[in-house]
Design a binder for this molecule. Sequence first.
Ligand SMILES: Cc1cc2nc3c(=O)[nH]c(=O)nc-3n(C[C@H](O)[C@H](O)[C@H](O)COP(=O)(O)O)c2cc1C
Length: 323
Amino acid sequence: MIKTEYMGLELKSPVIIASSPLTQNIVSLKKCQEAGCGAVVLKSIFEEQIEADVQKVMSDNAEYLQHSSADDFYASTSRDYYIDRYMKLLTEAKKELDIPIIASVCAKSYDSWIDYAERFAKCGADAIELDYYPISSNAAVKGEDVDKTLLRFAEKARNAIDVPLSLKIGYKYSSLANIISSLDKIGINGLVLFNRFFRPDIDIDKIEMSSANPASSSDEYGEALRWIGLMSGEVKMDLVGNTGIHDGSTVVKMILSGAPAVEICTAVIKKGFPVVGTINSFVEDWMKAHGFSSISDFKGMLSQEHMKDGWKWERTQFLKTIN
Ligand SMILES: Cc1cc2nc3c(=O)[nH]c(=O)nc-3n(C[C@H](O)[C@H](O)[C@H](O)COP(=O)(O)O)c2cc1C
């Protein structure tokens, strides 16, 4: 009853476990499947982390690595170690699980990540999710250049990868509608709206930088709901909800706005794996109560395209609320 389709992949539930520590080893991945999720996104391989680790090992061993050719050899061997470890997890997950496995790459450069993603696809990944995380802190770079970089990145990815391809992005673009429709034209199959990026904080006792709590709260889903509602009827690609989706009622809202599925992480970290079954049962009971027999019966029913008063997605009705 609650099966759905995401990027052409058949999912037995609209609940996908998002890239996180929940998806970083085979024991936890099996728990995700047993809990009843529709798919998993493996913990990302972070190009920046690999580079940092490689640099550290190389500086620790500087006295043995005096030739630049030794440097190159060592750096690429170390990179291969991380990629091989990721491919081992992917291969094991493909063997042990029967739900779709999505590999996730958090890349900072154009070229090397293509190598990662292509290798993961060959290893059996059912799809690739690319994290795109620009921090536009360079005052010399114009907004339109930030957009162009994202679109070039997406185009290069689309040309290089044959399996379904999704991008996980944030919402801080001057025209998100334009970005979403441009990514659709490039042929990206899915967009995860929205990533909850690292948030900086400051520890005032130690007087140093720290990181804020990575867990979301249950009132953070509004931005994803708005943009899925606004754009799902206008694009071919699937728009998936992410951030602040903690319960079944929010999953139903996402589907009504046009998402075929959602990605969740904090809810499982806070409430444990059984929350996936609780969400599945809620969606099923809600569907029965409203006379729907499949997700496609109500997916996008309240998207802007399908509503007579679709303007409501754009106006927040503050006046009405205040009155
Ligand atoms: C501890 C932790 C680690 C995460 N690691 C990754 C990661 O490696 N790659 C990624 O794309 N997202 C990562 N995320 C973000 C989640 O996939 C998700 O986008 C975010 O938590 C918002 O969803 P939620 O509100 O359901 O938690 C991480 C989140 C947490 C809490």
